[in-house]
Design a protein around this ligand. Structure first.
Ligand code: ZN
Ligand code: ZN
Ligand code: ZN
Length: 358
């Protein structure tokens, strides 16, 4: 099915200060696939510090599952932490040069003992376990120090997504500040809640699952536009839903959210994690099948621990945002702050949904 060329700026419904340009006309940007950087798919690499048997080449193990010897998931300190706990920051502010000490923790989760395994190749039970490890580390880090205000969990997969070590891994950065992206989501969703007494994320999920509309021309009565918001749903499980955002920044971006209202990733239960693992695996399989050799960043946005956001529990909804990297930002994007998408989110969602899974 071919659709007419779209050229429109879409406002992010959650954070209205963010917008994307959907321009399906060719030539908006050079395609990354002209110079593919392939990822390392080997199972075991003798010289890799993250492969089993090379434990002495990394900083000491923080924890390992199921055991230190036969580990499947292992957590270590980052060798080159972007934030550390030496607490030797200058803390000096001068005029417009405001500084916050780079205090924090930076840990690496070696997601799987197999070197080049991709998320869609991991078993559901392994993923369920991995999400459990994320939760456990988040809790432990918050408990370790009162100054930590946000624990960010993310993964860079593949060289196109900035992964510097090819062995599959995620990272955890515990920071003394709440990241601006999260603050924006918290603030805007709180505003929406004050007006509408509804969580905006829940409203979006409701729309995605039920809403259909036809807009008729007032004079001629002809159909001007059919809106089938259900077209944004990629996967729906018992407890989670995977959605293609209407104003996606990245062409193949997909968000996974709990179907019922939950602001805090720390409250996910074992049953939640089982369904999350299933939805994650299915979503990643779809992405792999459509884009091929998918390289991506994903990250978790959840309510920060205290620090002025306790009242956001009814208005904020945690999400896992998956952002596949299929192109490199251009000067236009950096200069304008507008992300450009050359495929419409509706088409992208249709392609992802069309993948047949067993
Ligand atoms: Zn390795
Ligand atoms: Zn909600
Ligand atoms: Zn978010």
């Amino acid at each position: 099915m071919t659709r007419p060329t779209i050229r429109e700026i879409r406002i992010n419904p959650i954070v209205p200060s963010e917008s994307v340009l959907i321009s399906t006309a060719r030539g908006m940007r050079p395609r990354k696939d002209e110079q593919p950087i392939t990822r390392d798919t080997r199972k075991h690499v003798e010289t890799c510090p993250f492969c089993r048997g090379n434990e002495s080449k990394t900083p000491p193990t923080i924890t390992a599952f199921p055991s230190e010897q036969a580990w499947e998931i292992r957590i270590v300190e980052n060798l080159f932490p972007v934030l550390g706990d030496e607490d030797k920051g200058t803390g000096l502010n001068f005029g417009l040069q405001q500084v916050i000490d780079g205090y924090g923790r930076h840990e690496v989760i070696i997601d799987h003992y197999q070197h080049g395994i991709a998320v869609h190749e991991m078993s559901e039970s392994h993923l369920q376990h991995l999400f459990g490890v994320y939760r456990q580390r988040m809790e432990a880090l918050y408990a370790s120090d009162d100054r930590l205000r946000y624990v960010l969990i993310f993964k860079n997969f593949g060289p196109a997504a900035g992964a510097s070590i090819p062995h599959t891994h995620s990272q955890i950065i515990a920071m003394p500040v709440v990241p601006e992206n999260v603050i924006n989501e918290l603030e805007y969703s709180r505003q929406y809640y004050r007006k509408h007494h509804q969580c905006i994320f829940c409203s979006l999920i409701d729309e995605a699952l039920t809403f259909e509309a036809t807009i008729y021309d007032r004079q001629s009565g002809e159909i001007r536009r059919k809106i089938n918001v259900g077209q944004y749903v990629i996967e729906r499980g018992k407890r989670f839903v995977a959605i293609k955002p209407f104003a996606s920044r990245f062409e193949w971006e997909v968000h996974i959210l709990p179907l019922t209202h939950h602001s805090d990733f720390l409250t996910v239960s074992e049953e939640d994690r089982a369904d999350l693992a299933r939805i994650m695996k299915r979503t990643m399989t779809r992405l792999e099948s459509v884009i091929g050799d998918a390289q991506y960043n994903f990250f978790l946005h959840t309510i920060p621990r205290d620090g002025g956001y306790e009242d956001c529990r009814p208005s904020y909804h945690w999400q896992l945002e998956i952002c596949p990297r299929t192109s490199i930002p251009t000067g236009f994007e950096l200069g304008s702050g507008l992300f450009v998408s050359t495929i419409s989110p509706e088409d992208a969602a249709a392609k992802l949904r069309a993948v047949e899974l067993d």
